[in-house]
Design a protein around this ligand. Structure first.
Ligand code: ZN
Length: 257
């Protein structure tokens, strides 16, 4: 069975068939999925889903592009939910220098604050990093004593950068991108790293794997990603599946199913 360690099933694009998707998990070989919040509103909807469904968990935090929404009210809310057993990590937090007008200082400040908050509860992180590998690594190193591992979500870096994150205790999340034709770097990285450092995720509704590229992504498509990684690493699929499941449970200790 597979655990989708990063998806946005709380997105309104799933409003019409969310329940059907979740009820079908078992026959789709999905054990559970982690629903990710990115601001106050989506953290609340992630919590609602995780509370309602046994096979869903929540990851909660403020996304770097929403850094200016991080205020006392949000921090208080975060603190109030982080001891909930259905919260498996703090995220998605990190740095994103892609969009014009980004505020680096503000992003780094709330990233560090949320790392420390996660530490108070002994929680791992789900990290978003775009065009910001150097600074992401720098902030993590500055806060090394507060780290409890986690996932570098939708990892797209080189084998060298992968190893830097692994050294800090993180695993790397892979999804649909590794099935894309132009994903040479991701394939090289997958070849270079150990199976024990790999996690599966969709980032649904985004980044659906081939042959569904461009369509709405769903947790069940992680099966296609598993096939692809087994092919890249020349490992038996069943063995790989079990290893990745073990990785997931040791990384996200509150995940019981
Ligand atoms: Zn995401």
């Amino acid at each position: 069975m597979i655990i989708d360690t990063h998806c946005h099933l709380n997105d309104e694009i799933f409003d019409n068939d969310r329940e059907i998707i979740i009820k079908r998990f078992e026959e789709d070989n999905i054990q559970s999925a982690f629903v990710v919040g990115t601001n106050l509103e989506t953290c609340k909807s992630a919590m609602e889903l995780a509370t309602k469904y046994q096979n869903l968990y929540a990851i909660v935090g403020m996304y770097p592009e929403y850094a200016n929404e991080y205020d006392d009210e949000f921090e208080k809310y975060l603190e109030s939910i982080l001891s909930n057993p259905k919260v498996v990590a703090v995220g998605e937090i990190g740095l994103d220098f892609h969009t014009e007008g980004f505020n680096q200082q503000q992003q780094e400040e709330i990233f560090a604050r949320q790392i420390k908050l996660a530490h108070k509860f002994g929680l791992p992180l789900s990290i978003h990093t775009r065009e910001a590998f150097d600074r992401t690594l720098a902030v993590l190193k500055e806060n090394k004593q507060y780290l409890h591992g986690g996932s570098i979500h939708c990892f797209s870096g080189s084998p060298e950068i992968a190893k830097e994150f692994i050294k800090l205790g993180f695993k790397l999340g892979f999804g649909g991108v590794c099935t894309f034709k132009n994903a040479k770097k991701t394939v090289d990285t997958l070849k270079a790293i150990d199976v024990k450092d790999i996690l599966l995720e969709t980032d649904a509704p985004y980044l659906a794997p081939v042959p569904h590229r461009g369509e709405r992504n769903e947790p069940k498509y992680t099966n296609l990603v598993l096939d692809k990684i087994a092919e890249i690493k020349e490992i038996d699929k069943t063995v790989l599946e079990q290893s990745i499941l073990n990785n997931t449970k040791t990384t996200f200790e509150r995940c019981k199913m």
